[in-house]
Ligand binder design. Structure first.
Ligand SMILES: [Zn+2]
Length: 251
């Protein structure tokens, strides 16, 4: 299947640039010249604000390559809108100039195009945590892949790296469908709840739907069929194919 694969070194340098460096201890390196100043920026990702990180809570400010900002923001926004942020138990970092584990080559973290999540449950060289188990990133993988990230959990032994995601291509968003399925309008107003389409049925996060409709009885968050949920709460539901939107009006 056509999963995003890591960029060959030549394409990587063409897209994200090359820099001179010198070793700085065991695996760390120092990037020379003004490359970092020119190409590495700080992006605020609200979905990561307050997520645990090594040595405290992460402030959501991701050090990242300027050319990869849009896909990073869009991927995490989609994770937030689909109620999947809860799967991010620990932020393992992004821009870190260093060599790859057990190799002379540089890690993609050196370019600011890679990040790690949930390292304890998805450690290097091991099978990543199974779907549904604590710390599994598998529900996030389709979203990151859609936004052009390669997942290290697909790499062959002994280099399996389930915590690791890196840019494999820069998506051209101008030619793509709206970023996350369809929109939900409640009583004529855009609800902010994004819908996921699966085989003709729209699903959304129970927690987000409940918040948007003022339903206080919602239990644990999960993806649920939207029309069924809204009809049971007295909404008339219609689907506008052209606008990719679901309209629900309280009867
Ligand atoms: Zn990594």
């Amino acid at each position: 299947m056509g999963y995003p694969e890591p960029l060959p070194q030549r394409d990587l340098e063409e897209l994200f640039g090359r820099f001179a460096w010198k070793a700085n201890g065991q695996s760390a390196i120092t990037i020379l010249g003004d490359w970092v100043e020119r190409f590495v920026t700080t992006v605020y990702i609200p979905e990561l604000d307050g997520v645990p990180a090594f040595g405290g809570k992460f402030n959501g400010r991701v050090r990242w390559h300027v050319r990869g900002v849009e896909q990073l923001q869009r991927a995490f926004r989609e994770i937030g809108q689909t109620g999947l942020t809860k799967h991010i138990l620990l932020w393992g970092g992004s821009f870190v100039p260093r060599r790859m584990r057990g190799s002379a080559r540089l890690s993609r973290h050196s370019w600011g195009i890679a990040f790690d999540i949930n390292p304890s449950e998805n450690s290097f060289g091991k099978e990543p945590a199974a779907a549904g188990s604590r710390g599994s990133v598998r529900d996030l993988v389709p979203i990151f892949e859609k936004h052009g990230f390669a997942w290290g959990g697909r790499w062959r032994e002994p280099r399996r790296d389930g915590m690791h995601f890196e840019i494999a291509r820069i998506p051209d968003y101008r030619t793509q469908e709206p970023e996350c399925g369809a929109h939900l309008f409640l009583d004529g107003r855009e609800s902010g709840v994004r819908l996921i389409l699966k085989e003709g049925v729209s699903y959304a996060s129970l927690r987000l739907l409940a918040a948007a409709t003022g339903d206080l009885s919602a239990g644990e968050d999960r993806l649920i069929p939207v029309a069924q949920y809204l009809k049971a709460r007295g909404f008339r539901v219609s689907w506008n194919v052209r606008e990719k939107a679901v309209y629900a009006v309280r009867e």
